[in-house]
Design a protein around this ligand. Structure first.
Ligand code: PLP
Length: 387
């Protein structure tokens, strides 16, 4: 058993890889300079930032000038959606935005804010029962005044993977900028933009064994976005502020490791995931898998159990040493199914009883067996209480 219990919430955050910490350390102390300074201290910091940019660009198959460093995945999503929207409105008067209804809050709340407070016209795309957008549905909804399309690559709550290449291709043909939130996908899926065809792509380091508080946004050359944070001309004048050198170095190192070890980790993850997806609906009555059964993140298993409160289940699991999540990691006081579970058509009696189990590098097969042994009784007990 892992120290202090069994953590099964790697979609919420991951522990930092020791190699990442080692890469970062000098930039807190000896190499502390400001990358904008002319002297050697500044030059060393600038070199570190630009090496990190090159390394990330090589993995994404783009040019270093197309990578913007931000403070997190949420900021990358904001810069993409808000930045595209404001630029389109200012230059062309375009106000129509298309997003999926199962976006992370960083995209959804940003789009809602633009609609409520800045006069944008927000349209939610239809999804199937697994939360995926079909290319035909997207094609029929693009208008001449569509400012942007944003569709999540792999869903954080239910794990489903969208057909990003096909969706992006439609936008490419219609010359509409296409953004994808790849914050959850980046730890396991291909983020080479030449395969994906996207114009903008968000990542955040703490989802792939890097530090919290740092992210990046890929912006295809020629795609214009309005800066949201103004000041100095850092990050090609798209994001003012002295770069967080150690965190940027850490993110690049974390992505290199993730990229080079991806197949090996995914192989293990999918074996553990498939065990959960296969076993739990067998041993727990009235259980459904949420999200697509196969086209989903290798490390991601998610369920709903009829007639229980998912947050209560999390409490019971935590008391027994298991760290899981009920849908999105954000806590809410009032018991309503998450927006995502509602959007895929689950009634409250099902949608309230959601559980997300995500495995990671430290997860052992024995952890999963222990979990699968404990869970049926926990669900049964909660059902008896609420009955
Ligand atoms: C975690 C997450 C985010 C937010 O990233 P932060 O770096 O925590 O701000 C955005 N989108 C998805 C899909 C995520 O999983």
């Amino acid at each position: 058993m892992q120290q202090n219990g069994i953590y099964l919430d790697y979609a919420a955050s991951t522990p930092m890889d020791k190699r990442v910490i080692d890469a970062m350390l000098p930039y807190f102390t000896t190499d502390f300079g400001n990358p904008a300074s002319i002297h050697r201290w500044g030059q060393r910091a600038e070199t570190a930032v630009e090496d990190a940019r090159e390394s990330i660009a090589a993995i994404m198959g783009c040019s270093p000038v197309e990578i913007i460093f931000t403070s997190c995945g949420s900021e990358s999503d904001n810069l993409a959606v808000r930045g595209l929207a404001i630029h389109a409105k200012n230059t062309r008067g375009d106000k129509h935005m298309l997003i999926s209804p199962v976006e992370h809050d960083a995209v959804l709340q940003t789009a809602l804010d633009l609609a409520e407070n800045y006069g944008f016209d927000l349209e939610l795309l239809p999804i199937d029962e697994d939360g995926r957008v079909s290319p035909n549905d997207l094609e029929s909804r693009i208008r001449s005044d569509t400012a942007l399309v944003s569709i999540i690559y792999a869903n954080n709550e239910i794990g489903s993977i969208n057909p990003i290449t096909e969706l992006a291709e439609i936008c490419r043909q219609r010359e509409v900028p296409f953004h994808t939130d790849a914050v959850q996908a980046a730890s396991q899926l291909d983020i080479n933009i030449n395969n994906l065809n996207v114009d903008l792509l968000s990542i955040g380091a703490h989802k792939f064994y890097g530090p919290k508080g740092v992210g990046a946004l890929y912006i295809r050359s020629g795609t214009e976005v309005q800066a949201l944070q103004t000041g100095g001309s850092q990050e090609f004048a798209l994001r003012a502020g002295t770069q967080n050198v150690p965190l940027i170095v850490g993110m690049a190192r974390a992505l290199e490791i993730t990229h080079s070890e991806r197949d090996e980790h995914n192989h293990k993850y999918s074996r553990l995931r498939d065990h959960l997806l296969g076993a739990l609906p067998e041993i727990i009555p009235e259980t459904r898998i949420t999200g697509h059964v196969s086209s989903r993140l290798p490390n991601h298993a998610s369920f709903v159990f009829k007639g229980i409160d998912g947050n209560q289940l999390l409490g019971v699991l935590d008391a027994a040493g298991f760290g899981c999540s009920s849908g999105s990691a954000c806590k809410t006081g009032d018991p309503v199914p998450s927006i995502v579970l509602e959007a895929i058509g689950l009634s409250p009696i099902w949608g309230l009883g959601s559980l997300r189990v995500t495995v990671g590098r430290p997860t052992q097969e024995a952890d999963i067996h222990r979990f699968a042994q404990f869970l049926p009784d926990a669900v049964e007990r909660l059902r008896r209480i609420s009955a």
